[in-house]
Ligand binder design. Structure first.
Ligand SMILES: C[S@@+](CC[C@H](N)C(=O)[O-])C[C@H]1O[C@@H](n2cnc3c(N)ncnc32)[C@H](O)[C@@H]1O
Length: 212
C-alpha cells in the first residue's frame, strides 16, 4: 500500500490509495462531499473534467477560492442534486459517506458511473469492539506519525499549500456503521464491492461497475 507518511492529516494520508484505484485513462470524475476542495484539486492532475459537490455553501465558497479554474463546483446535496446518468469514469469521496444513509447514496453514485467506472471512497466507520486491539495500534501509529512530522526538517516535508481558514468549519460527524455493516450494505447494493478497514479510522470502499 502506497501511503504518504508525511501527509499532514489522516484524510490526506489515504489520498494515494484512492488515486491508485482510478481507471486509466480517467476523463470525468465526481468528488462527493468535497469540503474545501483539497482532493478535487489533486484530481485535476488525473482527470480531464472534475466535478465536485458539497452541500455546504461555506465549503464550496472556500473550494472555489482554492481552485478558481479546472473544477466544476456544485453546491448541492448529493442525495437530491440531479446527477448525470452513466457519465463518470470515477466517483471519489473522502470522509463524507458516513454523513449520509448508504442505502440512499450508493445507488445514486452507481447510476452516475459509466459501465466499467469505479467508485472509490474512504469514510469513518463506527466503533466495533472486535477491533479494539487495532484501535490501540492505530493510536500508537498515529502518535508516531505525528511525532515524525514534527521532528523532520521542514525542507523534507511536502509544501503545506495555502491555508484555508474554512477547514476549521468543515462539517464533521462520527461514523455509525461498523466496517462489517458497511460491507454488508455495500455488497447488497453493489455486488462485488470491496470494503476493508484502514488503520487510521477509515474504511476503504471500492466498486467497479460491471461493463455493459
Ligand atoms: C469531513 S468533511 C470532508 C471534506 C473533504 N472530502 C476532505 O476530505 O477534506 C465532509 C463533507 O461532506 C459534506 N456532506 C455531507 N453530507 C453531504 C451531502 N448529503 N451532500 C453533499 N455533501 C455532503 C459536508 O458538507 C462536508 O463538507
Amino acid at each position: 500500500v502506497q501511503v504518504d507518511l508525511l501527509a499532514p492529516g489522516n484524510n490526506e494520508y489515504y489520498q494515494p490509495l484512492l488515486l491508485r484505484e482510478l481507471p486509466r485513462p480517467c476523463r470525468r470524475v465526481l468528488d462527493v462531499g468535497c469540503g474545501t476542495g483539497r482532493f478535487a484539486a489533486t484530481l485535476t492532475r488525473y482527470a480531464d473534467e472534475v466535478d465536485a459537490i458539497d452541500r455546504s455553501e461555506t465549503m464550496i465558497r472556500a473550494a472555489r477560492r482554492r481552485v478558481p479554474e479546472g473544477v466544476r463546483w456544485i453546491e448541492g446535496d448529493v442525495l437530491l442534486h440531479p446527477l448525470p446518468e452513466a457519465h463518470y469514469d470515477a466517483v471519489t469521496s473522502i470522509a463524507a459517506l458516513h454523513h449520509m444513509p448508504l442505502e440512499a447514496v450508493l445507488p445514486r453514485l452507481a447510476a452516475a458511473l459509466r459501465p466499467g467506472g469505479v467508485l472509490v471512497a474512504t469514510a469513518l466507520p463506527g466503533l466495533d469492539l472486535r477491533h479494539l486491539p487495532v484501535e490501540g495500534v492505530a493510536v500508537a501509529a498515529n502518535v508516531g506519525r505525528r511525532a515524525l512530522l514534527r521532528a523532520l526538517p521542514s525542507a523534507w516535508l511536502p509544501p503545506a499549500g495555502e491555508p484555508v481558514p474554512e477547514d476549521a468549519d468543515m462539517p464533521m460527524t462520527d461514523g455509525s456503521l461498523t466496517v462489517r455493516q458497511v460491507r454488508a450494505v455495500a455488497r447488497d447494493l453493489l455486488p462485488g464491492a470491496r470494503v476493508r478497514r484502514l488503520l487510521l479510522w477509515r474504511y476503504l470502499l471500492v466498486w467497479r461497475k460491471p461493463s455493459a
